[in-house]
Design a protein around this ligand. Structure first.
Ligand code: AMP
Ligand code: MG
Length: 358
């Protein structure tokens, strides 16, 4: 019987210290033997956002313990592993260094192969941890730092068809929560308080909704939330504005997803079951999930949502990307370094900044 590959994955690109041991299954999915995540919510709460130096220090304090815990829970020792994967970008460089350096050191001393992983590739491949899914598929990645539509054509073969030209969706949730004083972390709190509000109370803008393909723009929406927040008189007004904001994001994602689906169908010739995958922290939002599932039904796409534990940042998706790279013999150069920017589609233009023409 062919040996099943087992990898340790380490993730420290932002504010989660995470490690996981993952073993491949014979049917193309993965068995997650352990998945340990330590969130730094407490550290960043009083600042209302992630402070890079504080995040890096917390990673240093936790990472060895988290890795030990992941190994212990999986009942594996370093000698049992086939390789070690660690996030090498994109993300906060001071944070990336922590997981990358410890992963590289363990692999050197344990004489294991080391895989520096693109965090976005981790998200892009995460649906196949739990689901048998064939390439190509359409991916919406919506997290704190990224919002993109990608055609995942295969391992190491990604085409970005849309991106945010300013704020990421998670970032817009976080900023709205800060403006409305709903607490940190923003996304889950906006979702929670939206349930108490009336989503039809405020009419908010949907920038570039009818142009620029499936690119997104959210800065104008956030600015309008800020402007309207000045006239808030009661808690009920805050909840109403939160609900209206969430509903506006929902409408934008519905519309842009329909555009992205059309682009996918035009671009891809070797179709299978037209899967549409939503990954990243925002994919945890129930209203958005429900709404995108409806679009899938309408457009004949198969909706795939990774479980919530694999939506946010985690080590399992990094280990899983490492396993898939190992199988395809996609080894990295020894001198690969961490990087803050690392687009999955290297041909996609950089679409951020003033004066953009889209
Ligand atoms: P990630 O960058 O993938 O770790 O995801 C974190 C981002 O997801 C943050 O910006 C959160 O505010 C956002 N997020 C997490 N849960 C939710 C939710 N339920 N609704 C909206 N955004 C969320
Ligand atoms: Mg992420």
């Amino acid at each position: 019987m062919k040996k099943k590959l087992t990898f340790l994955g380490i993730e420290t690109s932002c504010d989660e210290t995470a490690a996981s041991v993952v073993q491949e299954n014979s049917n193309g999915t993965a068995k997650v033997l352990s998945n340990v995540v330590s969130s730094q919510i407490r550290e960043h709460k009083k600042f209302g956002g992630v402070v890079p130096e504080i995040a890096a220090r917390a990673h240093v304090e936790n990472v060895d313990f988290i890795i030990k815990e992941a190994l212990k829970k999986s009942k594996k020792k370093i000698k049992d592993l086939d390789g070690i994967a660690a996030t090498a970008g994109p993300g906060l460089v001071v944070c990336l260094h922590v997981g990358y350096n410890i992963g590289k050191s363990i692999s050197e001393f344990g004489e294991k192969k080391f895989f520096p992983i693109n965090h976005l590739e981790g998200h892009a491949l995460s649906p196949s941890i739990e689901n048998k899914i064939s390439f190509p598929y359409l991916l919406l990645l919506v997290s704190g730092g990224h919002s993109q539509y990608l055609i995942v054509k295969g391992l190491n073969n990604y085409k970005r068809i849309g991106t945010t030209i300013d704020d990421a969706v998670g970032e817009a949730f976080d900023k709205t929560a800060r403006i409305l004083n709903l607490g940190y972390p923003g996304g889950p709190n906006v979702e929670k308080f939206s349930k108490l509000g009336n989503k039809n109370s405020y009419d908010l803008p949907q920038p570039i909704i009818n142009r620029a393909g499936c690119n997104l723009s959210l800065a104008g929406l956030k600015t309008d939330v800020l402007r309207k927040s000045k006239n808030i008189k009661s808690d009920q007004d805050r909840y109403n504005l939160a609900a209206s904001f969430q509903d506006t994001i929902n409408k934008i994602l519905r519309k842009k997803t329909e555009v992205a689906m059309k682009m996918f169908l035009d671009e891809v010739t070797n179709k299978h079951d037209n899967s549409f995958v939503v990954a990243g922290g925002v994919a945890a939002n129930e209203t958005i999930r429900k709404s995108l599932k409806e679009i899938c039904e309408k457009r004949n796409f198969k909706a795939v949502f990774p479980s919530k534990e694999f939506c946010g940042d985690n080590g399992a998706m990094i280990a899983w990307a490492g396993i898939q790279r190992y199988k395809k013999k996609l080894f990295s150069k020894k001198d690969e370094i961490v990087r803050s920017r690392w687009p999955l589609d290297k041909y996609a233009p950089f679409l951020k900044g003033p004066g953009l023409k889209i």
